[in-house]
Design a protein around this ligand. Structure first.
Ligand code: MLT
Length: 207
């Protein structure tokens, strides 16, 4: 997959994997990453699907209606890509945090629901329930921060709440934040994600 990689500063072993929303690219979430963990390594991806000139991580049939076969294929591709990238760049996938917004949050959610990938955690910003969970033996329990809005016209709250429940059903450890900013990513949400991130075991505490 097309991507850019920046090594971590200060020799730490943390990595943020950035997954943009529809119409974005690998640069979109760099400012968010710089805010939530300025010294982490960065693996910033660009979705492989182009829909009317807009990059996405998987195909859809209509707004909010996903091509499940394509989603499953691209989810597996993403899992394989992350594995390869961790070897190529020498980072620890177990300590990598997925940071996805909108369509990028949806493929990150799909990765948690459909694969047994072992990653450090996930920050899902305005996600939906993209698919049902698959039964997987020995799936690791992954810490997840979710941000949803009660008035999100693109990622309806009911779908985000269904995702929260589905993630809990398969024993992921979900922290949910509900705002009222529509589909917009606000500074309050990014700051809440940062606070959550720094409660993770291998993160320095914020004083
Ligand atoms: C999706 O297609 O993944 C969702 O509708 C969000 C978006 O439009 O990116």
């Amino acid at each position: 997959m097309f991507h850019r990689y920046h090594s971590p500063k200060e020799n730490n072993s943390r990595t943020l994997v950035l997954l943009h929303g529809t119409g974005g690219d690998e640069n979109d979430l760099l400012d968010v990453a710089a805010w939530i963990d300025p010294s982490a390594g960065i693996l910033a991806l660009r979705g492989d699907v182009v829909e009317q000139g807009q990059n996405r991580f998987f195909k859809r049939l209509a707004p909010g209606v996903f091509d499940q076969a394509d989603l499953a294929l691209r989810t597996n591709n993403l899992a394989a890509f992350l594995n390869d990238a961790s070897i190529r760049y020498g980072f620890d996938l177990d300590k990598a945090i997925l940071v996805g917004y909108s369509n990028g949050a949806n493929i990150a959610a799909s990765l948690l629901l459909q694969t047994g990938v072992s990653i450090g955690g996930a920050v899902l910003l305005h996600p939906m329930l993209p698919c049902q969970a698959r039964q997987i033996l020995d799936r690791p329990s992954i810490p997840v921060f979710m941000a949803a809005s009660s008035n999100d016209p693109i990622a309806p709250f009911a779908s985000a709440a269904a995702l929260e429940q589905e993630l809990r059903n398969i024993h992921h450890n979900v922290t949910m934040r509900v705002g009222a900013s529509g589909h917009r990513l606000t500074m309050e949400t990014i700051e809440a994600a940062k606070q959550w991130l720094h409660t993770q075991p291998y993160y320095p505490r914020i004083r």
